[in-house]
Design a protein around this ligand. Structure first.
Ligand code: SF4
Ligand code: MG
Length: 327
């Protein structure tokens, strides 16, 4: 199968100025990232805050421009953002982000907002739109009597369900979900994630699911890419990532995810400072926190290399790489 979306060598650099007279320093928010997603596939992107995962998600949709690299959707280069061609394409690729209250218009009823994309993209005859809105509401578990409510009259979980219904209105082929449940009560996070997964599977929608929380991603992703300071450091199928993580950072993340019925043994606690894109360590950016860091790690950036079937990692010490570290 051909990928639905492909990103090649995406890079986004912004200038950070410390203080009024500070010299601008280039910050690489996303650094040479390549990935692809098949139709109907769910790719999880995991990383701490500051890893560049949200920026990457926006770059995939063309919302944030890239300084280098390119995105291909359905075999064609992403049109210039803001153009009519790009706006038309946005019906096929939708974004759901963390804060549903910010995503919704407080002056519009829930039904009006869910139906809005049908108007914007002029989909369906006008008289068929209300029925479509009703079925979208049912699909995300909203009651019909909530159609005329306003966002502030709903709970956080209900608002995010409305945002998801609106994102599905155009029957998108790709859904980018950026921390879609992080702002919700822990008690309802699993419900919303499971609902998203069912909708994604039943409708064959490709999904990029971005989260700092590996256990949430595990529930939904077929494949997982782990990001650290703007780069993908490991990528493999979800099962493989959890069964045998190779990169020391992935190992630390996986070791901190509780498995029901098993004690947390062999847990690796991440030492040191969380990643700060404005202060990237030399060589392997993870080296100040890595329990295995060797001399080469401080000087040389490890390339992302194939280490098995459909599996890559960027670490000098990972076995199976073509150029293993000399002792
Ligand atoms: Fe650790 Fe070195 Fe591998 Fe980076 S390259 S993860 S510092 S062992
Ligand atoms: Mg984020």
């Amino acid at each position: 199968t051909a990928p639905l979306i492909t990103a090649e060598n995406l890079t986004r650099i912004y200038q950070l100025r410390r203080g009024l007279f500070g010299k601008p320093t280039p910050v690489r928010a996303v650094d040479d990232v390549s990935l692809s997603v098949l139709p109907g596939e769910a790719l999880g992107i995991v990383g701490e805050s500051g890893s560049g995962k949200s920026t990457l998600g926006r770059m995939l949709l063309g919302i944030d421009p890239a300084q280098a690299g390119r995105v291909t959707f359905e075999g064609k280069s992403m049109p210039e953002p803001g153009t009519a061609e790009w706006r038309a394409l946005r019906a096929k690729m939708q974004l759901v982000y963390q804060d549903p209250l910010a995503a919704l218009d407080r002056r519009l009823t829930i039904a009006a907002q869910i139906g809005e994309p049908l108007e914007i993209h002029d989909l369906l005859p006008k008289d068929e739109r209300p029925a479509r809105v009703n079925s979208l509401m049912a699909a995300v578990g909203l009651r019909q009597d909530q159609a005329d409510r306003y966002p502030h009259e709903l709970s956080g979980g209900q608002r995010q369900r409305a945002v998801i219904a609106r994102a599905l209105a155009t029957r998108p082929k790709l859904l980018v979900c950026d921390e879609p449940v992080s702002a919700l009560d822990v008690s309802i996070q699993a419900q919303v994630v499971n609902m998203l997964r069912d909708l994604q599977e039943d409708n064959g929608i490709a999904m990029v699911f971005i989260s700092h929380d590996l256990k949430v991603v595990r529930n939904i992703a077929d494949r997982v890419a782990v990001m650290y300071l703007g780069r993908i450091v490991e990528e493999a199928s979800s099962d493989v990532i959890f069964a045998s993580p190779q990169h020391p950072y992935t190992r630390a993340l996986v070791s901190s995810v509780p498995v029901p019925g098993k004690p947390l043994t062999g847990r690796t606690i991440l030492q040191g400072e969380p990643p700060n894109p404005a202060n990237r360590p030399s060589g392997c950016a993870f080296h100040p926190r890595c329990p295995l860091a060797a001399d080469i790690c401080r000087t040389t950036v490890p390339a992302l290399r194939t280490i098995g079937v459909q599996r890559t990692a960027a670490c000098h010490l990972v076995e199976g790489a073509d150029a293993p570290l000399a002792a």
